[in-house]
Design a binder for this molecule. Structure first.
Ligand SMILES: Nc1ncnc2c1ncn2[C@@H]1O[C@H](COP(=O)(O)OP(=O)(O)OP(=O)(O)O)[C@@H](O)[C@H]1O
Ligand SMILES: [Mg+2]
Length: 262
């Protein structure tokens, strides 16, 4: 069975891309799963990091993501980065997607990605989708194509309040489009180990959002920024500790999926 997961939040710079890329890497490298990472953001940050991580792909895409969307066939737009990891990579042209979506009727334009991913999903154990920091035709398509939405939430007051708004937005979207997706969990992110305000915000979030909040936390680590510059590496103790931190969060999410599938 394929699990399709969108990592989202309409707040910018909260670590959506980093989390998507780290999860894709870990599922591939450490859990031996067949993974497709979908970079559904014209900023193409996930594509950049994964291309640095896997500089010698097995097979490059023949066409761009936007052409795949226009031709209603994503297969030629997929790169094979390693035996088990594929990438549907973005570039700036993907910003034309709203124009492509405009050609569809109102009730179909948020279901384009779902239709296309349904054609290819059987090849994968996991499909992870990165989204831009907006409530847009991108995010709506990604969410409605997914089984699960994972939110990343920074431990700042504004991030907390916009996360609450995002939860009600998801409920509305599910209702309006009879969505099948579930909110799998909210990852507390970029916590400074010593920040007292961070802890207060996190406590308040746990009270308000309850079980949706994950127990495992993503801390602020210099090494994560390095991965953004040079690609993900596993060469020293700091690399492996950083990967381990993401692996703990990922495993908590996978346990939640297992429980829901019971
Ligand atoms: N755990 C972390 N520790 C330190 N820095 C981090 C961590 N996670 C992400 N960052 C850094 O924070 C910045 C924003 O992260 P990222 O690009 O993943 O956010 P985003 O939510 O995808 O942003 P956007 O909304 O622009 O798409 C990047 O420079 C990234 O390297
Ligand atoms: Mg991003």
């Amino acid at each position: 069975m394929t699990e399709i997961i969108t990592i989202a939040n309409f707040k910018g710079g909260v670590s959506k891309t980093t989390t998507t890329v780290m999860f894709s890497y870990i599922l591939n490298e450490r859990q031996n799963k067949k993974v497709l990472c979908v970079d559904f953001d014209p900023q193409s940050n996930a594509t950049e990091i994964l291309n640095k991580t896997y500089p010698k792909p097995i097979r490059k895409a023949k066409t761009s993501f936007i052409n795949g969307l226009k031709n209603m066939n994503l297969v030629p737009a997929i790169s094979k980065l390693s035996e088990n990891l594929d990438l549907l990579g973005a570039d700036w042209d993907l910003s034309l997607f709203p124009e492509v979506a405009d050609n569809f009727s109102k009730n179909k334009q948020y279901l384009i990605l779902q239709a296309l991913i349904n054609k290819i999903k059987n090849q994968y154990d996991y499909i992870l989708i990165d989204t831009p920091p907006t409530l847009s035709v991108f995010t709506n398509n990604a969410i409605l194509a997914s089984d699960y939405v994972v939110m990343v939430m920074q431990s700042q007051q504004q991030s907390f309040t916009s996360s609450i708004k995002f939860v009600s937005y998801l409920q509305q979207l599910r209702k309006d489009y009879s969505g099948k997706f579930d909110l799998l969990g909210i990852i507390p992110c970029l916590m400074k180990t010593t920040g007292t305000v961070d802890k207060e915000v996190l406590d308040e979030a746990k009270q308000t959002l309850g079980n949706a909040m994950l127990v495992n936390i993503l801390y602020n680590r210099e090494r994560v920024k390095r991965f953004g510059r040079s690609g993900i590496k596993n060469e020293d103790i700091w690399d492996s500790r950083t990967i381990y931190m993401y692996e703990m969060v990922l495993k908590e999410l996978l346990r939640r999926i297992e429980e829901r599938n019971k």
